[in-house]
Design a binder for this molecule. Structure first.
Ligand code: MSS
Length: 366
C-alpha cells in the first residue's frame, strides 16, 4: 500500500488514524472511524477546500471579521462581534460533500474518490440569517436567491469568477440558515470555515460557504463558475451547463459502519449491525437492514439522541450471522415517505450518490 500522505498544516489537529488524506485540500473520515456517538468529533470530520486554505491570520481576531450583507433594505457590513448580539441558534446538521459516494460510480468520474467519509454530523452555533435580515429591514423587493461568497484571497491576474467560491440557494433556504461562529462547542477552526461560515441545513457541503465575506440576496444565481458549471447534475458523457439542476438539497441516505470487511473475517454469532441514516431536508422515519444483499429486509432500531431533522440518526440491527459471506445493506425512509433507492442517479461528476446497493458491504464469517 502507498504510504499515507501527511496531514496538511491547517488540518494538523485531525486524528491521522481516523482519516484518509487524499490531498492537501481533501481529507476523508474512515468508515471504521464514525463510531456510535451521533456527533462527529472535529478531529475526525472530513475536509474539502476548492481553493488553498486561507492564512491562519484570519482567525487571529475572530470578532473583527466582517461580512457584507447585500440585497436587504439597509445593506451594511457587520462584524462577528455585532452578529453575536443579533441572535443565537444552534443546529445539528449532516455536512456532506456533494461528491460523497463518487468512489462507487463504476464510471470513475474525475474528482476525489470519496466513499462514505465526506460527511459528518456536526453542531453549529450562530445567528439565524432571518434575524440579521430582519434587523436590516428585510429582503429587498423581488430577490430570489441567497448568495454566499467565500473570503479566500484569489490569485491575481485571472477572472475571479473562474475560481471564487460563491453559491446561490433558493431564498427559502434562508429560514433555517445560520451565520455560524462555533462548531461542536469550539470556535470554528480554519479548516472548517472560521471565523464565520454560512450554514444551510439540508443542503450539500458546497452550499455551506466558509470564511463568508458577503451574503447577498440576489435576483440571479451567482455567475461564478462553481455555480454556473460546477456542481451540476449533468447527464453522463455531457458537459455541465447552467440549465442542468444544481446540487443543492440532500435526500434520504444511510450506510452501515460496522461490521466492515476491513476488520477481516468475523467470528460466527451475534453482531450489532450499525450505521447512520439521514433524510437531508426531512427527518428519518426508519431504517431497514438486509443481510442477504437486499432480498429481504428487517426493521432496524434507531438509537441515541434525536438531534433534529437535519442530523443523522444511528441505527442498529442485532443479527446472528452464520458462517459464510454476507452482503449487508441498509435503506432509510424519510418522514415524507421517500425511500432510499437501490441505484444511483447516473451523472457525469458523480454527485448525490444515495444508492443502498453501492453502500452495501460484504463480510466474511468463519
Ligand atoms: N467554502 C469556501 N469558502 N471555500 C471552499 O472551498 N468548499 C465547499 C464548502 N464550502 C468550500 C466552501 C465544499 S465543496 C464542501 S464539501 C464543504 O465546504 C466542506 O466543508 P468542510 O468543513 O468539511 O471542509 Mo463538496 O460539496
Amino acid at each position: 500500500a502507498p504510504a499515507a500522505k501527511p496531514l496538511p498544516g491547517y488540518a494538523g489537529f485531525k486524528n491521522a488514524d481516523a482519516v484518509i488524506v487524499h490531498s492537501s485540500t481533501t481529507i476523508e473520515t474512515k468508515r471504521s472511524a464514525f463510531g456510535t456517538s451521533v456527533i462527529t468529533p472535529s478531529n475526525q470530520l472530513y475536509v474539502r477546500n476548492n481553493l488553498p486554505t486561507p492564512n491562519a491570520s484570519i482567525v487571529a481576531d475572530r470578532d473583527a471579521w466582517q461580512v457584507q450583507i447585500d440585497g436587504v433594505k439597509q445593506p451594511r457590513q457587520l462584524s462577528v462581534a455585532e452578529l453575536k448580539k443579533m441572535g443565537l441558534e444552534t443546529v445539528t446538521m449532516v455536512l456532506q460533500c456533494s461528491g460523497n459516494g463518487r468512489g462507487f460510480f463504476p464510471s470513475k468520474p474525475s474528482g476525489t474518490q470519496w466513499t462514505v467519509g465526506a460527511a459528518g454530523c456536526v453542531v453549529w452555533s450562530g445567528v439565524p440569517v432571518r434575524e440579521v435580515v430582519k434587523a436590516l429591514g428585510g429582503v429587498a423587493d423581488g430577490m430570489v436567491y441567497m448568495t454566499g461568497t467565500g473570503g479566500e484571497v484569489l490569485p491575481a491576474g485571472i477572472d475571479p469568477k473562474t475560481v471564487m467560491v460563491e453559491r446561490s440557494v433558493p431564498l427559502s433556504a434562508m429560514q433555517d440558515a445560520l451565520l455560524a461562529w462555533e462548531m461542536n462547542g469550539e470556535p470554528i477552526s480554519l479548516a472548517h470555515g472560521g471565523p464565520l461560515r454560512l450554514i444551510v441545513p439540508g443542503y450539500t457541503g458546497v452550499n455551506n460557504i466558509k470564511y463568508i465575506k458577503q451574503l447577498a440576496f440576489t435576483l440571479k444565481e451567482s455567475e461564478a463558475h462553481i455555480m454556473s458549471h460546477g456542481y451540476r447534475i449533468s447527464p453522463p458523457g455531457s458537459k455541465s451547463d447552467p440549465s442542468q439542476p444544481s446540487v443543492q438539497e440532500m435526500s434520504v441516505k444511510s450506510w452501515i459502519n460496522s461490521p466492515l470487511p476491513e476488520a477481516g473475517t468475523q467470528a460466527a454469532g451475534m453482531v450489532q449491525i450499525h450505521g447512520v441514516a439521514f433524510g437531508g431536508m426531512h427527518a428519518v422515519k426508519g431504517v431497514e437492514v438486509s443481510t442477504d444483499g437486499g432480498k429481504s429486509w428487517k426493521p432496524a432500531r434507531l438509537v441515541g439522541p434525536d438531534m433534529g431533522k437535519y442530523a443523522w440518526r444511528q441505527f442498529v440491527l442485532q443479527a446472528q450471522l452464520p458462517k459464510g459471506t454476507h452482503v449487508l445493506a441498509s435503506r432509510a425512509t424519510d418522514e415524507k415517505g421517500n425511500l432510499q433507492p437501490e441505484t444511483r442517479g447516473e451523472n457525469q461528476s458523480g454527485y448525490n450518490n444515495t444508492s443502498w446497493a453501492d453502500h452495501a458491504v460484504t463480510v466474511t464469517v468463519a
